[in-house]
Design a protein around this ligand. Structure first.
Ligand code: CS2
Length: 489
């Protein structure tokens, strides 16, 4: 089968790229070219260009740890397909906003050059929680991280923060214009955080580099926060075959996604930006509230369903939410633990939002796996669940359902064979686990893990009691016991 490319698409009678015939020039460097970026940021950016007739916002995409996507996109002239799945799905769409794909691992100097280039006015990033190299104890850059140290020592940078800071440093030296760095990861205050990490990197450089760089950063670079939302599972070979069937061309970089997508952006740009509002993005002064609501409502329930699903041997989120008792646990977590302790931004109705997310989870066509959503739990549960748990404990309430999610995560950690635990802290978590894995041995052991639980929450007896209660049921009574407890709880 012929491979997707500009020429083969041109010759293909069935489908056209929306921006066909336009020469798109680079304006954005995007770090982290995973499926999410292709199905979200690249689509918003193409839509903004289409809506305004501008062609200056092409994306130079950079893959981080693996070069797979750069290799997939290279022979395709950066083209890829977005296949929406589920009710309301739009027809197949070929996206052409990516004008170059670089393997950051193999061509780190090129990444620095592109960030420094005059044509670049915006850097966007989707590198996942662990890509920021945060020290869980300080909340700032992990200066003990080997890769961060290598980047600081002057090696061609491989971490996202190293790439951004070295790119900005070169930009400052070559007289480049202002730059806006837009984080698109599920982290509270992701813009402020990215700014803190970049400044921490700059501050750790030798004196002669540090001062001019920090001054330039202050005067020329902004870090707006954003809230991004679209469920994008990992593409499977079956998805690729289905796209090939429909498109009539082979696209190795195709992505599947739910029809829903949302982007809330803080209007704090140092210079020009794409007219993302023309593509449906919302510019807001209250991004922190949007992000907190998304993390503590949507992502928290996603994690709850993922770990309950994993415990029950269910492969997908739609299977997990299809289990009545799990859906009930989710509803109760939202209504009793999360909604009363989160402040919603203007324009967001909590009950409508919660009903909508449960409906989105139930999309049977998406194939979002519990394994994927359950991955990297050590990076996620603090932001999604422990925030809610602490707020309830502080208010003298028992966060029963959020604690169920954490207990189910603990069960996942304790019962997954060592090599199979997909988590950057797998070794640290496994090192504290006891040989004899029962509720009363596993829970105190995992609570000692300070990268996940701070001393205060770890010492809270109400929280520990809830964890013990749920862990015992999951571990010894299986699905029937869990159903029973949830339904009568
Ligand atoms: C998910 C998110 O994998 C996960 O942890 O909860 O990626 C989720 O699908 C997105 O945040 C939805 O916008």
């Amino acid at each position: 089968m012929t491979r997707l490319s500009a020429a083969s698409l041109d010759a293909n009678g069935k489908h056209r790229a929306a921006a066909e015939g336009t020469t798109i020039r680079p304006g954005i460097v995007h770090l982290g070219l995973g499926a999410f970026a292709r199905a979200h940021t690249a689509v918003f950016t193409e839509d903004a260009m289409l809506a305004t007739g501008s062609s200056d916002w092409g994306i130079v995409g950079v893959t981080q740890r693996s070069d797979t996507v750069a290799r997939q996109l290279a022979p395709q002239d950066g083209l890829f397909t977005v296949a929406e799945r589920g009710s309301g799905a739009a027809p197949l769409r070929v996206v052409s906003s990516i004008v170059e794909a670089i393997s950051g691992r193999d061509r780190p100097e090129a990444v620095v050059d592109r960030i420094a280039a005059d044509s670049t006015r915006v850097v966007t990033l989707t590198v996942t929680e662990k890509g920021y190299r945060i020290d869980p104890h300080t909340g700032s850059l992990n200066l003990a991280d080997e890769q961060v140290r290598a980047d600081l020592a002057g090696k061609p940078p491989l971490t996202a923060i190293g790439q951004i800071t070295r790119g900005i440093q070169k930009r400052a030296l070559t007289g480049g214009g202002p730059l806006t760095v837009v984080s698109c990861d599920n982290l509270p205050g992701n813009g402020e955080l990215t700014g803190t990490l970049v400044r921490a990197f700059a501050a750790a450089l030798p004196d002669t580099e540090r001062t001019p760089l920090l001054t330039w950063l202050e005067d020329n670079v902004t870090f707006p926060s954003t809230m991004v939302d679209r469920m994008v599972p990992a593409t499977t070979s079956r998805d690729l075959d289905a796209v090939e069937h429909e498109l009539g061309l082979r696209d190795e970089a195709a992505v599947v996604a739910e029809p829903f997508m949302q982007w809330v952006i803080e209007d704090n740009f140092a210079g020009d930006r794409p007219a993302w509002e023309e593509a449906g993005a919302l510019f807001s002064h209250d991004v922190a509230a949007w992000e907190a609501a998304k993390l503590r409502l949507l992502n928290a329930s996603h994690s709850l369903l993922a770990y309950l699903g994993l415990a029950a041997g269910l492969d997908t989120i739609s299977d997990a939410v299809g289990e009545d008792s799990f859906r009930r646990a989710c509803r109760l977590m939202l209504a009793e633990d999360a909604l009363p302790t989160v402040s919603l931004p203007d324009g967001l109705d909590g009950e409508t939002y919660c009903a909508q997310i449960l409906q989105r989870f139930a999309n049977p066509a998406l194939g979002h796996t519990t394994a994927k959503v359950g991955s990297d739990g050590s990076q996620k549960i603090g932001l999604r669940l422990l925030t809610t748990i602490r707020a309830n404990l502080d208010a003298g309430r028992e966060p029963r359902w959020a604690a169920l999610a954490v207990a189910a995560w603990m069960h996942h950690v304790a019962t997954t064979p060592a090599a199979g635990l997909n988590d950057p802290l797998a070794a640290e978590l496994q090192a504290v686990l006891p040989a004899d894995r029962r509720a009363d041995t596993v829970i105190p052991a995992l609570l000692t893990c300070r990268s996940v639980f701070d001393a205060e929450i770890a010492a809270d007896s109400t929280f520990a009691g809830l964890l013990l209660h749920w862990y015992r049921i999951i571990d010894t009574q299986g699905l029937d016991g869990l159903r029973n407890e949830i339904n009568h709880g």
